[in-house]
Design a protein around this ligand. Structure first.
Ligand code: NAP
Ligand code: GCO
Length: 269
């Protein structure tokens, strides 16, 4: 039996890389990991974003390490991971968070736009995971957490590329778990529901008359909790999946959605 149950959720001394964590969900998860004792490393695509991130972490008293790196660039990712190993240590926890969305009806979307979404949201997690796994194997284990989506399970108008990428990411998660579970690597996903971040700001914009955006009302009606999620809602689940408490949880997608996937929708009055 575990002697100290609180200790099994601690990330004391762990080294965590959270991709695209200058703001939004990645930043919130990184600050939660820091509070649980982990050393924080993040990357973004340019120096301006890194400086912005370092200032935001600094404000909270967190000494984060920031690296310029685009997750779709395999050479840059490999070089970042080697630098991290030399400068900070071997990564114990990887959160594949960096992601983009393009909301365009499928017949109007170019193949190039489709590829860009797949490249960041699916090839990115593949490239970063494959770079980090050998170090985890040498170290005796590790945790990989892929940020999936409602769109790993559901479709909707205008998000064909995003749904294809996030559905693929769910299966990449299961495959990493299948292939590397024997090395004490657990790879799980978090499927956030609709979370208030810059990525979803357009869907929450107030109308000129001050009324809610129709999509905003749609999401509130679709969610048993009757609200959008906040980034803080993802912190506990993310700590669980990064900690010893989840050592026998592998290949699972934990949906943190206020009940959306359980709900058929509001019945007529
Ligand atoms: P966000 O506010 O748009 O932040 C995304 C982050 O990823 C930004 O820091 C962005 O940096 C970075 N990024 C994008 N492309 C990158 C690349 N090629 N290389 C490195 N970094 C890159 O998004 P979010 O809402 O926090 O979402 C984070 C993750 O959760 C995404 O995977 C998203 O799909 C997923 N998600 C979000 C929601 C939601 O409701 N918000 C729900 C489910 C899943 P730049 O500033 O340089 O663009
Ligand atoms: C959309 C939204 C979603 C959410 C999220 C749902 O346009 O449908 O942006 O994709 O961001 O991924 O889990």
């Amino acid at each position: 039996m575990t002697k100290n149950i609180t200790e099994s959720f601690s990330l004391e001394g762990k080294i965590a890389l959270i991709t695209g964590a200058t703001y939004g969900i990645g930043f919130a998860l990184a600050t939660a990991y820091a509070a649980a004792g982990a050393k924080i490393i993040f990357n973004d695509r340019n120096q301006e974003s890194i400086d912005k991130g370092l200032a935001a972490y600094g404000k909270l008293g967190i000494e984060a390490h920031g690296y310029i790196c685009d997750v779709t660039d395999e050479v840059a990712v490999n070089s970042m991971v080697s630098r991290i190993e030399k400068e900070v240590g071997t990564i114990d926890i990887l959160v594949n968070n960096a992601g983009i969305i393009k909301r365009i009806p499928m017949v109007d979307m170019s193949a190039d736009e489709f590829r860009q979404v797949i490249d960041v949201d699916l090839n990115g997690p593949f490239i970063v995971s494959k770079s980090v796994i050998p170090g985890m194997i040498k170290k005796g284990g590790g945790k990989i957490i892929n940020i999936c989506s409602m769109m790993s399970e559901l479709g909707r108008e205008t998000v064909s590329a995003y749904a294809a990428a996030k559905g693929g990411l769910k299966m990449l998660t299961r495959n990493i778990a299948s292939e590397y579970g024997k090395y004490n690597i657990q790879c799980n996903g978090i499927g956030p529901g609709y979370i208030a971040t810059p990525q979803t700001a357009l869907l929450r914009e107030r109308q000129e008359d001050g009324a809610r955006h129709p999509f905003d009302s749609f999401i509130v009606a679709k969610t048993p909790a009757e609200r959008w999620g906040e980034v803080e809602d993802l912190e506990g689940p993310a700590i669980f999946l990064a900690s010893k408490a989840s050592d026998f949880v592998n290949g699972h997608i934990l949906y943190v959605d206020g009940g959306i996937l359980a709900y058929i929708g509001k019945q007529p009055e």
